[in-house]
Design a binder for this molecule. Structure first.
Ligand SMILES: [Fe+2]
Ligand SMILES: [Fe+2]
Length: 306
């Protein structure tokens, strides 16, 4: 990880409950060896049972004060890029996971993916509740909030979700036995969208709020979201490792999907208001953000066997 890697980020990824997920990105050993132990699908299910949480328990009263009084209008606008990408992203992944679950070849995989669908629904409710309690938007209804907040996204975001992910889940809906399409979908969903984009954004956003001492209710909930994401990525890692060992055809499918999607995912890291690559988002440069995302991805790919 980068020299300026935030101490907050480091202490979070060292947390026992994050480490428990067996996401390879959290293991320094994955820099040296591919031979690290990943949880099985059944173990990941049991971990899900132990890691439950409730959006209704979160207290956003300080967050509302911060949003209204301590965060300037310009900063609110800048923060809305990250918030909107997550809010809409959670809603889209919740909807697209059904075909992936149905196409998964074993019962243990399907059961885990059912728990993930429940998690993604909870993540949507988390954002909805934060937006409503803090008064981020004019709209108060979930469907209207999603439309209103989507104005803050960039074009790469819709290419990644509405074109690249949707093409693959549509294919799986029509042909659930197409394992190569399933490998592509899991690569895009679990490795690129969740592993590279979401977890990178989450760590920098939490770190920023902790340093600025803002939005404590949001940070408390977002930590639970991040822990869930590490568990989801751990599923993707064990699944892709299994498939890569099974057949070179699947290895090539993983590589192909990464080559196609990484430039688009990289474009999602730049907000639409950035006029060049020389901007800071949540106190970090684009180069620092890329370095963090790249290290996490390399560790996972090594463990998968690529
Ligand atoms: Fe999520
Ligand atoms: Fe997820």
């Amino acid at each position: 990880m980068g020299a300026r890697e935030a101490s907050g980020t480091q202490s979070r990824t060292d947390r026992a409950d994050f480490q428990e997920t067996s996401d390879p990105a959290l293991m320094a050993a994955a820099d040296r060896t591919a031979d690290v132990k990943l949880l099985s699908y059944a173990e990941l299910y049991l971990l899900w049972e132990r890691q439950q949480w409730q959006t209704q328990e979160l207290d956003f009263s300080r967050d509302r004060e911060d949003w209204e009084q301590r965060i300037s209008e310009e900063e609110r606008f800048q923060r809305l890029y990250g918030l909107s990408s997550f809010f809409i992203g959670e809603q889209k992944v919740a909807e697209e996971l059904g075909p992936i679950m149905r196409a998964a070849p074993t019962e243990d995989q399907k059961i885990f993916l059912c728990t993930q669908i429940a998690d993604e629904a909870r993540h949507v409710r988390f954002f909805e509740r934060f937006y409503r309690e803090v008064g981020v938007l004019e709209s108060d209804q979930l469907s209207e909030m999603l439309v209103e907040t989507s104005a803050h996204l960039n074009d790469n975001f819709s290419r990644l979700f509405d074109e690249m992910l949707k093409q693959r889940t549509d294919r799986l809906s029509a042909e659930p036995e197409d394992t190569e399409a399933l490998v592509e979908a899991v690569t895009l969903y679990h490795m690129v969208i969740e592993g590279m984009l979401a977890l990178t954004g989450q760590h920098f956003i939490m770190d920023f709020n902790e340093r600025e001492d803002t939005l404590p209710g949001f940070v408390a909930g977002f930590q639970k979201v991040a822990r869930d994401e590490h568990r989801h990525v751990a599923f993707g890692s064990v699944f892709l490792r299994e498939k890569a060992r099974e057949d070179d055809r699947y290895k090539r499918a993983i590589q192909r999907t990464l080559e196609e999607s990484l430039p688009v995912a990289d474009g999602v890291l730049s907000p639409p208001w950035a006029e060049s690559e020389d901007f800071e988002l949540f106190g970090y440069s684009l180069a620092e953000t890329r370095e963090f995302a790249g290290t996490c991805l390399m560790r996972r790919l090594k463990v998968i066997g690529l």
